[in-house]
Write a protein of this length. Sequence first.
Length: 286
Amino acid sequence: MQNYYLLGSPIRHSLSPAMMNLSFSELGIDAEYGLMETDIDLLPSAVQKLKENGASGWNLTMPVKSAMCSLCDELSPSALIGQVVNTVVNRHGKLFGYTTDGAGFRRAACDAGFSVPCRKMVLLGTGGAASSILIESALSGSGEISVFCNRPSSRTKIEAVAKRLSDYSKTKIKTFFYSEPHALENEIRESSLLVNATNIGMAGRPEDSGTDCLIPDIRCLSAQPDVFDAIYNPRKTPLLNLAEKAGCRTANGLMMLLFQGAEAFRLWTDEEMPTPLVRKKIFPDS
Ligand code: NAP
């Protein structure tokens, strides 16, 4: 039997075991996907143990996605540019690192009828999800991407990603702070796609008021860009509520979650995940 795992912390509520195990069983693949609670300090020893036990591959989530990079023998171009790994394939003891969040985003956006690559995207956020979305959108040939940053150190980090990307892509990438007067409004007005890849609007943030949204006013959405929110809990964030009221087409992050898993499944098995079945059984409200 082949063994696959999810590493990170906390992970007990993850839907990945249900998605992967249903897919293995549907395709008759003799494999099992389990959870391995792991923090950054414990990651090297956990990886050593997985190698010794001959695990075929694993996914990584917060907080161990970046720390996995230096433990891989080879990185895909996206993982190298973003310095983040969420999927490892163990090929005869050599570890190959990939990031599938960006491809998951692109498939989810296309599933919603949005166009990626796009003419111009406004991207809110500079963290792991945002950099994966930035990289995939640029590598697939988007024209222009305006990234909004919260803190100066985050701007420096995403600009380093953009610099590495410039060796592979001609996409024009600009960065802004939310505090720059009218910048958000002006950039959204010219864009065809607005993507939220921050935590703002996510359920369970201690400081959340339940109405948190980085778009200050419905008039910012008057040009009606398509609006994608990487958050899937809640299904309808304050941003998506506002966008619906403005008449925009909207999509949440649920299908990004499904398709990033489907990309990992394909890397491990060379088979397509049966996504219609997984969607029906694991995401019945999608
Ligand atoms: P992360 O690396 O921690 O990034 C969080 C981002 O939010 C950072 O850019 C951070 O900026 C920004 N942020 C936090 N507080 C802010 C504030 N008050 N104002 C403006 N920006 C703020 O997290 P992540 O892994 O990228 O995840 C981000 C979101 O995407 C989460 O809600 C997660 O659930 C979702 N996600 C979804 C999928 C999917 O498959 N659908 C996959 C991955 C992530 P600073 O660091 O500068 O504060």
